[in-house]
Design a protein around this ligand. Structure first.
Ligand code: ADP
Ligand code: MG
Length: 382
């Protein structure tokens, strides 16, 4: 009997709505055709065994000890954090070997972390039913409480609920979502700057705190405001607060509005307006939220000067990672050649570039051999 099973969870590219999720606003990601695959098989020694092909690293855990483990600042925290959440809900973790293989580049703003968490949840559940929303939420809790990253719900949500042919507009307050068709006459191209500045994680935490300070200030004047989602640009302007905090809040409230505007532009098939909103979003991240860097600013500035590009912006947490570009399909080859040579000339770095195709959310894969999820056989612990 072949007792192995394979589970898949996608990475994502966020089209617009950056740093709005933990402010309970709107986001518009697509689940990617790049995913994390976990092949599970019975563990030979009763422990939970984790192997990452990317890290070529193997660890084993005594299952009864998992709830009392401390954070280790190691990649296994993402998986163990999920296991702890499942155990806290009374779900038994079986003794399994998890063989992890990912196509999602790490630390590039395409959310390899959520892909790993969600794939782990599906792998550890072994087909047992749990509400999809609950899976997304417990993966987010694992990242906040165990990994120590105060993230919003977007990445885990879209990895669970992604759809082919569509973006997902998530209301991060109600956790309702709707699918948004992207016009067919545009290609979504991710360009990876291949840099990830160290500042990222601590700056993320700072931004979460600065937003909380802004909310406190606005609420004193406008008592109905409990998150930046509830605030509008006029309220931000009218509230006395430090200039820096005001700029952070302004990014969030204007970015929230841009998500809605983008969805309407997409419904009209208005590609030039969609592109404009991309660039406005980038400028807001660059000047108000201050989460970009020279490399991604250069990629955006260069992209908008290339024929056939409607707009470009950084995607993901910031300080490096990918830009996302809206490009006329017939111009994609030329666009890729141009942006590659401009970036190489300026930074001596060859950027990874790929076309993003909206993919389905996490699931078990019934026939890994046919789905491209084939796992190399030398990956198991010897
Ligand atoms: P992003 O989510 O944008 O890719 P993060 O910093 O949030 O960046 O998450 C990246 C981290 O997730 C990695 O440093 C690693 O700890 C973990 N991770 C992601 N994919 C894998 C994998 N295939 N194997 C092991 N660890 C992984
Ligand atoms: Mg992440």
């Amino acid at each position: 009997m072949n007792a192995s099973r394979t589970f898949r969870a996608p990475g994502r590219v966020n089209l617009i709505g950056e740093h709005t999720d933990y402010n309970l606003g709107f986001v518009l990601p697509i689940a990617l055709n790049l995913a994390t695959y976990i092949e599970t098989s019975p563990s030979p020694d009763g422990r939970l065994r984790l192997f990452s092909e990317q890290h070529r690293d193997h660890r084993a855990f005594v299952i009864s000890e998992i709830p009392s483990l401390p954070r280790s600042k190691h990649w296994t925290d993402y998986v163990i954090g999920v296991a702890r959440e499942l155990m806290a809900r009374g779900i038994r973790i079986e003794p399994l070997s998890l063989n992890i293989r990912s196509e999602v580049p790490e630390g590039s703003g395409l959310s390899s972390s959520a892909a790993l968490e969600v794939a782990s949840a599906f792998a550890l559940l072994q087909g047992r039913q749990l509400e999809r929303l609950e899976i997304a939420r417990l993966c987010q809790r694992a990242e906040i409480d165990f990994v120590g990253m105060p993230c919003g719900i977007m990445d885990q949500f879209v990895s669970v609920f992604g759809r082919e042919h569509a973006a997902i507009e998530i209301d991060c307050r109600s956790l309702e979502y709707k699918t948004v068709e992207i016009p067919e006459d545009v290609a979504i191209i991710a360009v990876n700057s291949m840099v990830k500045h160290e500042l990222g994680a601590s700056a993320y935490r700072n931004r979460v705190e600065e937003c909380a300070i802004a909310v406190d200030a606005i609420r004193r004047r406008f008592p109905g405001v409990h998150s930046l989602r509830d605030a509008n640009p006029a309220q931000v302007e009218k509230t006395p607060m430090p200039r820096l905090v005001m700029r952070r809040a302004r990014h969030v409230v204007t970015e929230n509005a841009r998500v809605e505007l983008f969805v309407h532009a997409a419904a009209r098939g208005d590609l030039s307006r969609m592109g404009e909103l991309f660039v406005e979003s980038h400028r807001s991240m660059q000047h108000d939220y201050e989460i970009t860097c020279d490399e991604v600013d250069f990629l955006v500035d260069s992209a908008v000067g290339i024929r056939g590009c409607y707009g470009a912006r950084m995607t993901g947490g910031g300080f490096g990672g990918c830009t996302v570009n809206l490009v006329a399909p017939e111009e994609t080859d030329r666009f890729q050649d141009s942006i590659r040579s401009l970036y190489k000339e300026r930074f001596r770095i060859d950027p990874a570039i790929f076309r993003c195709v909206p993919a389905a959310g996490a699931a078990e894969i019934r026939n890994p051999a046919l789905s491209g999820a084939g796992l190399s056989s030398d990956a198991h612990e010897k």
